[in-house]
Design a binder for this molecule. Structure first.
Ligand code: 5GP
Length: 120
């Protein structure tokens, strides 16, 4: 899938839409989800143009990948959920329920997160 430069996270990266930043470095930006599903709900995105996890895992450089996952760990630490536990979620594609076509990982915590997936 071609990358859409007008997706909402691209706009956040360009500073066109404000976000409540948790951290930012050369490879990644972490910010609070606008509609938190749990007391802690942070989104971590790479700075590169990757539509989803598959794109990121296959096309991002080793430095981008290491930088991204380090930022996820650092954001969890900053949010204070490392001791109590948390869940990482990467919705991917239509069946995965991905709404924003820029790869992102959700960090969910601050209380029990609940069943891993809804059972139909
Ligand atoms: P997805 O369903 O793609 O995995 O998750 C997209 C997430 O982005 C949703 O949890 C949604 O609340 C969040 N989101 C959508 N638009 C914005 C926004 O403008 N700012 C922030 N901070 N989060 C957003």
């Amino acid at each position: 899938m071609a990358y859409d430069d007008n997706n909402v996270f691209a706009k956040i990266l360009r500073g066109e839409i404000p976000s409540k930043k948790v951290l930012e470095d050369a490879h990644a930006l972490a910010f609070h989800d606008i509609h938190p599903a749990r007391p802690v709900h942070i989104l971590v995105i790479p700075k590169g143009k990757y539509t989803d996890f598959t794109e990121f895992a296959t096309r991002a450089t080793p430095a981008e990948q290491t930088g991204f996952w380090s930022a996820v760990a650092e954001a969890a630490k900053k949010a204070g959920v490392v001791e109590t536990g948390y869940r990482l979620v990467a919705n991917t594609g239509a069946n995965g329920g991905q709404e924003v076509p820029h790869f992102h990982v959700h960090i969910l915590g601050g209380g029990r997160v609940g069943p891993m997936v809804a059972r139909d």
